[in-house]
Ligand binder design. Sequence first.
Ligand code: FUL
Length: 425
Amino acid sequence: MLLASLLLAATLVTQTRPVPSARQLAWHKLETCAFVHFGPNTFSGNEWGTGKENPNSFNPTELDCRQWARSFKAGGFKGVILTAKHHDGFCLWPSKLSTHTVANSPCKHDILKDLSQACKAEGLKFGVYLSPWDRNHPAYGTDAYNDTFVGMLEEVLTNYGPIFEVWFDGANGEGPNGKRQVYDWDRYISTVRRLQPNAVIFSDAGPDVRWVGNEDGIAPKTCWATIQRDRYHAGTPLYKELGEGDPNGANWVPAECDVSIRPGWFWRSAENDKVKTPVQLEELFYKSVGHGAAMLLNVPPDSRGLIHENDLASMVAFHKTIKETFKSNLAPRNGGLVVKFKQPVKFDRIELAEDITQGQRVSKFAVIAKLEDKEMEIASETTIGRRRILRFKPTLATEIEVRIIGSLGAARLRPIKIFASPDCR
Ligand code: FUL
């Protein structure tokens, strides 16, 4: 009844909200993707290479990108984003525009080719991280470098597609000649649009996907997919605003939460025993995907060129718990915002979702659980967005109701879903 009146109200109220593009809608469905930091730093133990490292140091002895892709699949990830070029400028493909590449290393593999093919074989989407900051390239800091960077983008976007996401790092340090580059973002973006029109572009400021404003993998509980995009640029000092977003923002630019499974972005042997536990990964899932954002978990291959056993074990156990938790929805399929049960049901998760093709609207809601004649408010929260997962201690109820208290235009919610995690059964 409540759902029916909400839908009716929605047809009467003509408030337009920003909505996702087709490429953003496809991206939203992926939810969890793996990030791969790999390069000379894997062998030096550095986080930021200087660009002066000897390409001979890049020498993975058992490189197997198929093992990476199999591992990510086993971890439940839907896409993979590789650091094709990090700040050291080292290209993991044999670029014709640089001498600092895999072609001048003992490895000889075109890692973009290997990984893009492995992803295809495992049914994973493939994306690339390309740092415009380049601490090696002699042209960096001059106009000519913008041509070089566009040329590199052309190589990467032409030869290894389809690409689902291009991840632009906003860092803008000095190059080998002590100069900083003035980045030509308009050209970089139009190059991606021209060559991979279905790819989303990530940076602090979008245009398609925004940074969540921290590297802890956490979106705030209040998280709007909208921002006022022209307030920001890559490298924005206002990045703290990017977490919550802006309900009045004119642009749909959802948040992506990047975080590493290890303390560093690159593998180092000293951190083999500091891999995040399955429980920590689960926590990150609830605080990213469960807050309506996306999870981008960095799992860096080791100096053998393999995903380390500890990282793999942790990802697999994480995925198993998530899969088991969300296996069967306890709510009847035709339930709206009120669900009734004949017998008390025990649950510890409630999942809500707005129909984001109509934009994001809900700004305040409560969840009420009833057991016999007792009524209890079990949650009072703000945004819902694409997917909002609420966690509770195991709770018994014969009725669960979601009350919308604040909304920018009529709320358009999907039916409530109710789950019991393995701990609740
Ligand atoms: C940052 C970089 O400086 C880090 O090295 C890492 O790549 C992270 C994902 O983005 O801006």
